[in-house]
Design a protein around this ligand. Sequence first.
Ligand SMILES: Cc1cc2nc3c(=O)[nH]c(=O)nc-3n(C[C@H](O)[C@H](O)[C@H](O)COP(=O)(O)OP(=O)(O)OC[C@H]3O[C@@H](n4cnc5c(N)ncnc54)[C@H](O)[C@@H]3O)c2cc1C
Length: 318
Amino acid sequence: MHDFFNVQDIKDEYDIVILGAGPAGLTAAMYAARDKQNVLVLEKQFPGGYVAITEWVENYPGFFDGIMGADLSEKFYNHAVKFGVMVRNGNCTKIENDGKYKLVHVENRPNPVKAKVVIVGFGCEPKRLDVPGESKFYGRGVSFCATCDGSFYKDKVVACIGGGESAVEEGAYLTRFASKVYMIHRRDSFRASRTAMERAQANPKIEFITDSVVESVNGEMKVSDITLKNVKTGETSKLVVDGIFVFIGQTAKTDLVKDLVETDEWGFIIADESTKTSAPGIFVAGDVRTKEFRQITTAVSDGTVAAKNAEKYINENF
Ligand SMILES: Cc1cc2nc3c(=O)[nH]c(=O)nc-3n(C[C@H](O)[C@H](O)[C@H](O)COP(=O)(O)OP(=O)(O)OC[C@H]3O[C@@H](n4cnc5c(N)ncnc54)[C@H](O)[C@@H]3O)c2cc1C
């Protein structure tokens, strides 16, 4: 990835500028460049997105023994670069319309980059509890993704934090692996659908703890227990667990495009599987799109569709 920080060679104009070098952005880039589009990918942190900081990926097809997230990211990056994509470090701060073109503003770059099409692949972020120990034990007992990390908790005891549909669904999913799942919610009743609740209540591995918040995540090398506080009585207690899964929602940081494209109340950019946003010439791929399942496979799928539809758009409009 030696050219990533060499931002001097970014040109003033591209067919397609892709924002975010996660699985969605890099896949879109690979498809578009292979179809002979001139492509720039701008990434504000490091290539790979969430995959780059995921310890171990067990559910990406082709890697049946699993693969380290960092290795998979590097493969995505190298695959895009092989077809001539320029992936560069840059924080997109604003997008503007300029006739048929888009102007992409990049932090610390005096002139915006002009593009026929912009593909937004910003990703999203799980909301955090913001309690002591949560960051320290991230990847060592603290997780935000049951599909990704559930299988590491075979016959272990876990706590699942949150009261919505996804918390309850993910808690039920975790019982496939864990010997016990504590469902912890700060209110006295859960907001999940009746079907999800009935299923969870009938599951002998699930125990509900209501009116309680996590005060801290504790341990030495990995999580050993959590401190809970009952919000009604003020009492604190320790709960011995091997891991905790936090499902208190997700946010998408899309303020910089919200005047251009329609977003939902959580900031996700509204688009169906076509990846077309409400603005012609702006496509959206990956976790930042309104969708049900946010995984690497669904992100690369979006990237593919966005690149193909972007090419169609360019052929029809330029
Ligand atoms: C803890 C965790 C573990 C996971 N493990 C798995 C797993 O094992 N298997 C699986 O299938 N899925 C897993 N997932 C989900 C998976 O990582 C995501 O679905 C996938 O990474 C989404 O890809 P993306 O390209 O849409 O977004 P991301 O991977 O989030 O990438 C978005 C990129 O955009 C960049 N960006 C954002 N804003 C800007 C800006 N203004 N300018 C420039 N760049 C910007 C970000 O820095 C980031 O690199 C996990 C998720 C989490 C949170």
